[in-house]
Design a binder for this molecule. Structure first.
Ligand code: HEM
Length: 509
C-alpha cells in the first residue's frame, strides 16, 4: 500500500507539472479568448484553487465583462471555457453530439466509467426510455404516483396531532422523492423497502463524491485512481438481491408468455425490457440502469423540492394562494395529471425557485469532440478536447432577461402566462408552453436546453407539482429561523442546498 501511495503521489506531481505545461503552452490562437483571473504559469494555479470556493464570483465577473462572449477560467490542469448570451448558447444547444459531446462533458464531473460503469455510456438506450415510454405513461401512472406521495408524506413526516415537528429538509425530501420515483421505476412493494431505498440514496451521494475525488487528479491518472475508490460494485451488489429476483421473474414470464404477457406491470422495468437487447437483458445490466435512473432522479428532484421549501418558508405569503388554487383545482378536476396543468401558481412557484436556486454557476457542460474543433456563430473556435459550459446563474440573474432578477417573485411566470393569454390568440400553439415549469429556453436552463434538455423533466415536474399541491393542502410549514434563507453549499462549479437546514411541519390546522 505504501508503494501504491508513493506511486499515486508521484503520478499526481508529475501529472500536475505536465498538465501545467500543457495549460501554459496551449494553442496560442486561444489567447484571444479573455481570461478571468490570471493567465500566468503559477498565478493561474492560485485562481484554479480559488475556483473551488469562489466559482460563482469568478463566473459572474466574467459574465459582467463578456455578457455575449466566451471567457476562460483556470482549472488545475486545463482551461474551462464559459459561454454567455443567447446567440452562443443556441450554438451549443443545437450542436450534434459528435461535435460537442454531452457524454464526454460528463466524464470529468460524474466519472461515469468508474461510478456507474462503461456499459451505460456506450449504450444510452435508457435515456430513450425516459424520453419516450416513461413520459408517455405519466398520465396512466399518475394515480400510483399520487398514492405514493400521500403515503410517503405520512410515513416520512410521522406527524402526531397538532404538534409542530422540526425536520432536516434535504434528507426528508430525498426519502419522499426516492419512494415516489421508485413507485414508477419498480412499483409496490419494493418502492417502500427501506434498505432498497437507502441504497439508491447512498448511490446518488456516492457517485457525486467519488467523481469529485477522481477529478482532483489529472485525467491520465483516472484509470488508476477510479477503480481504487469506486463504490459501484458494492452498490450493485447491494441492489441485486432486491432487483435481481424481480427482473428474473419478468424475463421468465416473457419467455413463457411473450413480451405482452397478461398482468405485465406498467413500470420502468417493463419499459426497459421492451427495448433492452442481447446482454442487456439480464439482472445485473438492468439493475445498473435502474440505479442510473435513481441517480438522475433523486439528487436533482430532491434538491429542487428542498429549495422550494426553503423559498416557501422564507416567503410564507405564497402558501395561502397556492393552497387556495390547489384545493379549487382538485375540487373541480380531481387528482389527475391533467389537473396539475391548471395549477398555474404552483407551477410558477417551482419554476421561479429553480430559476433563483441554480445547481451551480455554470450548466450544460460539454466537451468538443470534433477533430477540427467547434466554430461558434461569432467566429470563435474552441479546439478538440476543450471543456465548455454556459454561464447559467448569471443568465438567470440578468436584468435584461428578468425584471428584478435577484428577487424571488413566486408568481412572475403565472402573471406572464395570464398576460400572454389575454393578449394572444388562445390557439397560438407556438407560445402555449412557454414559461411552464417544463419549458426550457436560452434564458431558463434548470433542465438545460436544446438537444440534451433533461428528458426526465416531464416526470420531475409532475412529481414536484403533485408533491407541492399535496403539501400546501395538507400541511403548515414554517422556517426554523424566520426570514433567513439558508446558504447553499458551494464547491467547485456545483451548488447544493444545505443538508442540515431544518423546517417545521405540522398537520394543517
Ligand atoms: C428537478 C429535477 C431535475 C433536474 C433539475 C434535472 C436537470 C437536468 C439537467 C440540467 C440535465 C443536463 C442538460 C444539459 O446539459 O443540456 C439533465 C439531463 C438528464 N436528465 Fe434530468 N433533471 C431532473 C430530473 C430528472 C429525472 C426525474 C430523470 C429520470 C427519470 C432525469 C433524467 C435525465 C437524463 C437521462 C439526462 C441526460 C439527457 C441526455 O443525455 O440527453 N432527470 N437533467
Amino acid at each position: 500500500m505504501d508503494d501504491l501511495r508513493f506511486l499515486i503521489l508521484y503520478g499526481v506531481l508529475a501529472g500536475a507539472v505536465l498538465a501545467s505545461f500543457r495549460k501554459a503552452f496551449h494553442d496560442r490562437k486561444l489567447d484571444t479568448i479573455p481570461v478571468i483571473g490570471s493567465s500566468g504559469f503559477l498565478s493561474s494555479y492560485w485562481d484554479a484553487f480559488k475556483f473551488f470556493h469562489h466559482a460563482p464570483d469568478l463566473i459572474q465577473r466574467g459574465y459582467d465583462q463578456y455578457p455575449e462572449g466566451i471567457f476562460r477560467v483556470a482549472r488545475l490542469f486545463r482551461w474551462d471555457y464559459v459561454v454567455c448570451g443567447p446567440k452562443l448558447i443556441k450554438d451549443i444547444a443545437g450542436a450534434p453530439e459528435n461535435v460537442i459531446s454531452f457524454t464526454a462533458g460528463l466524464e470529468e464531473t460524474l466519472q461515469p466509467n468508474f461510478t456507474v460503469g462503461r456499459a451505460i455510456t456506450k449504450n444510452l438506450y435508457h435515456h430513450h426510455v425516459i424520453r419516450t415510454t416513461l413520459t408517455r405513461n405519466l398520465h396512466a401512472c399518475f394515480p400510483e404516483v399520487r398514492d405514493e406521495i400521500v403515503c410517503a408524506f405520512n410515513d416520512v413526516l410521522q406527524l402526531q396531532g397538532s404538534d409542530w415537528k422540526t425536520l432536516p429538509v434535504l434528507p426528508t425530501t430525498m426519502a419522499i422523492v426516492a419512494r415516489v420515483s421508485n413507485r414508477l421505476f419498480v412499483g409496490l412493494p419494493l418502492c417502500r423497502n427501506k434498505a432498497y431505498l437507502a441504497n439508491n440514496v447512498r448511490h446518488t451521494i456516492d457517485v457525486v463524491r467519488t467523481a469529485r475525488k477522481i477529478s482532483l487528479f489529472p485525467s491520465f491518472l483516472w484509470p488508476l485512481i477510479g477503480p481504487l475508490i469506486s463504490t459501484k460494485n458494492k452498490t450493485n451488489a447491494r441492489a441485486l438481491p432486491f432487483l435481481g429476483p424481480l427482473i428474473e421473474e419478468r424475463l421468465s414470464k416473457e419467455r413463457e408468455l411473450g413480451p405482452d404477457w397478461p398482468g405485465k406491470p406498467n413500470d420502468y422495468i417493463s419499459w426497459l425490457l421492451d427495448l433492452a437487447e442481447g446482454d442487456e437483458r439480464a439482472a445485473l445490466p438492468l439493475t445498473v440502469r435502474i440505479l442510473a435512473a435513481n441517480m438522475a432522479a433523486i439528487h436533482t428532484s430532491s434538491a429542487a423540492f428542498t429549495y422550494a421549501l426553503f423559498d416557501l418558508t422564507t416567503y410564507p405569503e405564497y402558501l395561502l394562494p397556492m393552497r387556495e388554487e390547489a384545493e379549487r383545482v382538485v375540487k373541480e378536476e380531481g387528482w389527475t395529471k391533467a389537473a396539475l396543468n391548471s395549477m398555474v401558481k404552483v407551477d410558477s412557484f417551482l419554476r421561479e425557485s429553480q430559476r433563483i436556486n441554480t445547481n451551480g454557476p455554470v450548466g450544460m457542460r460539454r466537451r468538443v469532440v470534433a477533430k477540427d474543433g467547434f466554430r461558434f456563430s461569432n467566429g470563435t473556435v474552441l479546439p478538440y478536447g476543450a471543456y465548455l459550459s454556459v454561464a447559467l446563474r448569471p443568465t438567470h440573474y440578468d436584468e435584461s432577461n428578468y425584471e428584478k432578477a435577484a428577487t424571488f417573485d413566486g408568481f412572475r411566470f403565472a402573471r406572464e402566462r395570464a398576460e400572454h393569454l389575454a393578449n394572444h390568440n388562445h390557439n397560438d400553439n407556438q407560445d402555449i408552453f412557454k414559461r411552464h415549469m417544463i419549458s426550457t429556453a436560452v434564458d431558463h436552463m434548470p433542465f438545460g436546453t436544446g438537444k440534451h434538455a433533461c428528458p426526465g423533466r416531464f416526470f420531475a415536474a409532475t412529481e414536484l407539482k403533485a408533491m407541492m399541491a399535496h403539501l400546501v393542502i395538507n400541511y403548515d410549514v414554517q422556517a426554523e429561523v424566520d426570514g433567513v434563507q439558508p446558504a447553499n453549499e458551494v464547491f467547485n462549479a456545483r451548488a447544493t442546498p444545505s443538508a442540515t437546514r431544518k423546517v417545521r411541519f405540522r398537520k394543517r390546522q
